[in-house]
Design a protein around this ligand. Structure first.
Ligand SMILES: C[S@@+](CC[C@H](N)C(=O)[O-])C[C@H]1O[C@@H](n2cnc3c(N)ncnc32)[C@H](O)[C@@H]1O
Length: 279
């Protein structure tokens, strides 16, 4: 396993993923009853954009840096900007919060977060970050196995975020679909959010066909392309596959995506929101 999120923290994919994550958490907070979050591929939780890995790729420059600087009418983008600013109180963008930190910032006292991370040093860093937060449980190990081990959860409301590195390329799409299928069978009412990379669009077709067959009546996808999706060599964009998305999330994302295209996109950029199933 070679993937290190430090090289990619705050890139356009993180911007999309984390805007959607915060919108999902906000929707869960509309009810006072506690919720559960499982982050199957959690990473180390916090990334220093000044360190050597982040500087080498400078991916955050065309991701979070632009997202933070843009004017916006979108509540979802505004909430994301607020969270990033809260992590950088002196006004200079340096620390980028990963999904577990964003979730923990949004959670209330009785909400619970379970994180799995396979790389021991990343898991250790994450555990250290949350050592004093009794709401957060960090487990070193396989995130896919957590679907069987932890679902269905108590309380029964909540969210599973699945954010794999796709190192095994197309194979990992199949693993992700199998995990969603298993999760839905164990916990049909859970919200599931799977991040996926977009390089060349036509390579996605088998995955999207498989996604439309999952045992779920509400399946939405939201994609942000920062350039044309015709090269297999670059991360041209990414998407979030959302199962059982909360009411009106589609409207929130429909307002946010065109703004993100304008702020983060190059020639050939675009966005897509589509219900794969809506019964
Ligand atoms: C894209 S990064 C996660 C970023 C994080 N979700 C965020 O938004 O801040 C993917 C992470 O998955 C970890 N990983 C890879 N295979 C895994 C597995 N089978 N189970 C759990 N974690 C895994 C990698 O070490 C890496 O930290």
């Amino acid at each position: 396993m070679n993937y290190r999120h430090a090289f990619h923290a705050g890139n356009h994919a993180d911007v999309l993923k984390h805007i959607v994550l915060l919108a999902l958490l906000d929707a869960l907070k509309r009810k006072p009853t506690p919720f559960f979050v499982l982050d199957t591929h959690a990473g180390r939780g916090r990334y220093d954009l000044h360190d050597a890995a982040a500087r080498r790729t400078a991916e955050a420059d065309s991701g979070v840096a632009r997202a933070l600087g843009m004017g916006t009418q979108s509540a979802a983008i505004g909430r994301y900007q607020q969270a990033i600013r809260a992590c950088n109180p002196d006004g200079h963008l340096r620390m980028y919060p990963g999904s577990p930190v964003l979730a923990a910032m949004a959670m209330r006292a009785d909400d619970r977060l379970f994180c799995r991370e396979a790389q021991p040093d990343e898991a250790r860093a994450l555990a250290t970050l949350f050592a004093r937060d009794g709401r957060v449980h960090v487990q070193a190990g396989d995130g896919w196995a957590a679907i069987k081990a932890l679902l269905p959860p108590t309380p029964r409301r909540g969210l599973v975020l699945i954010d794999p590195p796709y190192e095994a390329q197309l194979l990992e799409f199949d693993t992700a679909l199998a995990a969603l299928d298993e999760g839905l069978r164990r916990w049909p009412q859970g919200i599931y959010a799977l991040w996926y990379p977009i390089k060349r669009r036509r390579d996605l077709q088998p995955f999207l066909r498989g996604a439309a067959k999952l045992p779920c009546t509400q399946i939405l996808l939201a994609e942000l392309l920062v350039r044309a999706d015709d090269s297999p060599l670059r991360l041209n964009g990414s998407g979030m596959l959302l199962l059982n998305p909360p009411w009106k999330l589609d409207e929130e994302l429909a307002a946010a995506l065109p703004e993100l295209v304008r702020a983060l996109g190059e020639a050939g950029a675009g966005q897509r929101m589509e219900w794969l199933r809506q019964e």
